[in-house]
Design a protein around this ligand. Structure first.
Ligand code: PDD
Length: 283
């Protein structure tokens, strides 16, 4: 297999990515009717896998799609995908849609979900970006009220990310009714006076698998964490801002809306948490 060849899983079979085909009437294509997961793999092992599995079954249950596999089935599938690729560090993308049916908004009866999974090489954030931190812009959160479901209907997130990119930023920091929600594809953390804050895990954000991880890391490195609603002013006056996601791990935001965050450099809480993250992922 060439270095970059990708084998994907589609509806029970492994095949080269170029050969994978989904019918045009798949409800994922027609309605965005499905859910997904992104799972980092370090040294051949999926990281925080149980948490990803639990979130996947929660997302499926939330939109009434029967889980096509039990935990063992998913685990076997993911390890098989990992084994078929040469990279030590990978990320797995899993997508389940309601399946293929005549176009009608209501759920079709007796349809089998479409199951797709692929692996890509994990490309870490360039070291230089970790040293400088990244730029972000603030935006109104214009998404729906079920951001807790990891839905493939990502138009709101896509438009927000594009606005950030067009403004020369790496990510956006979104607010609803004056309170912090999250980024377009990441959770946001605020540091003030040596303490870490993050928004409540309600329907207005996706509860990242890294959220419970950061909770644990805070205990290990002795950082106070406060989970509560955070105002725009508190974000603007932050000493540090961080983002977290499966693909970016933890990353400092050092410029918000063109203004430096704190002293404009990655801060001490970021450094502590990032080091603890690196230890945790290789345990
Ligand atoms: N996105 N919030 C949103 C809206 C996200 O899309 C993501 C992740 C997160 C962080 O979740 P986690 O820690 O489980 O990665 C929060 C993935 C990486 C993506 O869509 O590619």
């Amino acid at each position: 297999m060439s270095e970059n060849a990708q084998t994907v899983f589609l509806n029970g079979q492994f095949m080269p990515i170029e050969e994978a085909r989904v019918p045009v009437l798949d409800r994922g294509f027609i309605f965005g009717d499905g859910v997904y997961e992104v799972v980092p793999v370090y040294r051949g092992r999926p990281f925080r896998w149980q948490q990803h599995l639990k979130r996947l079954s929660g997302s499926l249950a939330a939109i009434d799609i029967e889980n096509p596999f039990d935990d063992t089935g998913w685990t076997d599938l993911v390890y098989e995908l990992i084994k078929r690729h040469p990279w030590a560090d990978q990320f797995i993308y899993i997508q389940v849609t309601r399946g293929v049916a005549k176009r009608d908004h209501a759920f079709p009866k007796g349809v089998k979900p479409t199951v797709f999974a692929m692996s890509s090489e994990f490309s870490p954030v360039p070291e230089q970006l970790r040293e400088t931190g990244v730029r972000a812009i603030s935006l109104p959160d214009e998404r729906w009220f079920h951001c807790d479901i990891k839905s493939i209907s990502l138009l709101g997130n896509v438009l927000a990310k594009q606005e950030a990119v067009q403004a020369g930023a790496f990510e956006c920091v979104m607010f609803r009714d004056g309170y912090l929600t999250e980024g377009s594809s990441s959770n946001i953390w605020v540091v003030r006076n040596g303490k870490l804050f993050c928004p409540p895990r309600d329907r207005l954000i996706l509860e990242g698998v890294r959220m419970s991880l950061v909770d644990e890391l805070c205990q290990i490195v002795d950082i106070d964490l406060d989970i509560r609603r955070i105002t725009r002013e508190e974000v603007q006056q932050a000493d540090e801002l961080l983002l977290s996601s499966a693909t970016r791990e933890l990353l400092p935001i050092t410029t918000l809306d063109g203004q430096p965050v704190g002293n404009g450099r990655p801060g001490p809480l970021y450094a502590k948490l990032y080091d603890a993250y690196q230890v945790a992922k290789l345990r």
